[in-house]
Every structure is written in structure tokens, then in C-alpha cells.
Design a protein around this ligand. Sequence first.
Ligand code: ADP
Length: 370
Amino acid sequence: MIIALTVGLIAGRSARPMEEEPSKYPADQIAALSQILDVLPDAAALVDASDRVLANSSNCAAMGLIAADRLAPVELRALNREAHRTGETVSRDATICRNGDSMGDWEARLQVSPLESGYSLVLAQDLSEERRLNDVRRDFVANVSHELKTPVGALSLLAEAVQAADQDIAQARHFASRMQLEARRLTDLIADLVELSRVQGDAPLRNSKPVQVQDIINEAVDSMKISAEKRGIQVNVASDANIGSIFGDEAQLVTALRNLVSNAINYSPEGTKVGVGARRAGEQIEITVTDQGPGIPEQDQARIFERFYRVDPARSRETGGTGLGLAIVKHVCANHGGDCTLWSREGEGSTFTLHFPIYLNSQNTENGGE
Ligand code: ADP
């Protein structure tokens, strides 16, 4: 019956325009029609030429589209008139004020399609998420340009300085070594940008397989050995070789852990200790990286996983950080159904913990573990 009513409304066979006989439809059919509109991804309503609502999705009132059984926003009423006059689907973007105003305005893409029955189908798509993503993208491009400008600018100045110091070999060597440093910064930044775009890809992980946690830890710690030695930092690993496996992309998992170990080494005072450990917690494996560094102020803790966010930009430049390390960690975790948490206290140090679902195959479930 509902299907018949819906088809009738669209094709104009059984339904009549609302202004003729608005109460013609039984309440239960209208309620069921509203339920159908509720399933649509956008806020939706069926209205007549004089903006009276026959049926609507349940979010219409809260979103400020309907008040006292009529279309509320002026823009939407104008669009409805235009659709009825022209007989064509019309659409427009508009800012809609929510009812009660507690949640502020929202950006909508409004579309009104006239139906043969004399009603029109009103759809309102929330553009907030699309706009937010556009803003994020724009900010990201601006940030990348800014980050690239710094080493490129430095390289250009240093090249001039080398030219000017052609009679002074010691000076020329000094500037050349600074050029190397800036070139390395640029290479690191590009490498991290490539890595970030790789781990951000929506495609399911292509190279997934069971990966031994101990192998991830060994690889990440080994790759940071030289940096740790240079700073006189002792990296202690405490984890059981049989801790178990994670199902995922080994390269990504190693990159995430390496970024944490690298930060622990780079932000800690020389001669301190860094600990890397792993343990099982129920259905999860937790890998922790602990340092005796400066800690991260509480007000910055929620933001350090954002791209290019640094607690102390000058310090980060000193350590050669790209500002992307933790953003990469966050994405790797999300790709593996896990997350990364942080405990930190200023003056005491920080502990970053990676949480991943443990990989249980039939053999180790039977044995109660690997
Ligand atoms: P960066 O390349 O600058 O290190 P990250 O994304 O890896 O970028 O880290 C973001 C910021 O978080 C760093 O700039 C630093 O201020 C802070 N941070 C990260 N790890 C630590 C740590 N172990 N100790 C203190 N501060 C840290």
C-alpha cells in the first residue's frame, strides 16, 4: 500500500495535490511514507505548491527545514515555487538556521523536484563535512607550501653565500655542509609526505599478512641504533619473543613504531633511556615507547597527532622533524583497526602506546596463544 502511495505520488496516478484535499491520505500511510524518506541519506520532505508538508524525514524540524508543517527557510520556499512554476528540478546552496539555534547554521545543498502528483520532493544535503574536508585540504596545501619554502629558501641563500665565499675555502665548506642539512630536510619532508599519502589511501591494506610483533620491534629499534648512539641514548627492549602477531602491513607497522622511537630519541636529553615494550591486553597487543624527555604539555596532547603540529617549532627544526611523524602513526593505527594513546607529564617524560587487535589463527586459538 505504501509502495502504491509512493508510486502514486511520484507518477500522479492515485495522489492528488495537497491543496485540494490534504487529509485524503490516512495518517498511517503518511507516517510510513515519512519512514521511507527517513532512509534517504539527505533530509527529505514531500510538499505541495504552497509549502505545506505531507511527509518528511524525522530530522527536518531539528535542521530548520520545517516549522508548523511548512517549509521554513525562505530560500527553500522560493526554490519550491520555482520548481512548481518551471516543472524542472532546481537546486541551490544555502545557509540554513537550525531550529532552537543551539547548533548554529549549517550549509545545505537544496534540491526540489516537482512530481506529477502536484507535490514536490525536497532534498537537503548537509555540506558541512564536504566543506570541512575542503578546508582541511586547502590548509594542508598551504602548510606543505610553507614547509617546503623554508628549506628551499635556505638553500637559495646558502648557495649565494657559497658563491660569495669563493676565496674562503673554510667558509665555503661550512655553507656547503649547511646546504646538505637543508637538502636532507627537504628529502625527509618529501619522504614523509609520500608516506602520509600512502598510509592515508582508503584502499584496504594490500600487503597484509600476520606480522610478528617482535620482528616489528627489532626492525624499528635497529633502524634507530645509530641515532641513539650519537645521542648517547640507551634503547632497552622488553618484550616476549612469543608475544604474538598483528595482521597487517609490516612496512607500515615498522614505520609507525620507528616514528615513535625516533621522537623518543630526538626529544630526550642526551644520556637518557628509552624503553620499548610489548604486552598482550585481552584481544589486543600494546606496544609502548617510553622516554625520559621533556614531556608534552597537557594543552598540546590532543593536537600533536595533527599534521604539522609542533609543540615547539624551533626545537622541532633543530631535531629535523617534519611535523608529520605522528600523523603517519595515527593513520597506520586506523588502517589496522587500532589506535595510539599518549601519557605524558612535563618534566617526567612520555609514553606512547600503540594498540592493535591481536591476530589469532585457528592454531593459536586452540593453544590459547602463540
Ligand atoms: P616532528 O617531526 O616535529 O617530530 P611529529 O608528528 O613526530 O613531528 O611530532 C609532533 C610534535 O609532538 C613534535 O614536534 C614534538 O613537539 C611533539 N613530540 C612528539 N613526540 C615527542 C616526545 N617523545 N617527547 C616530547 N615531545 C614530542
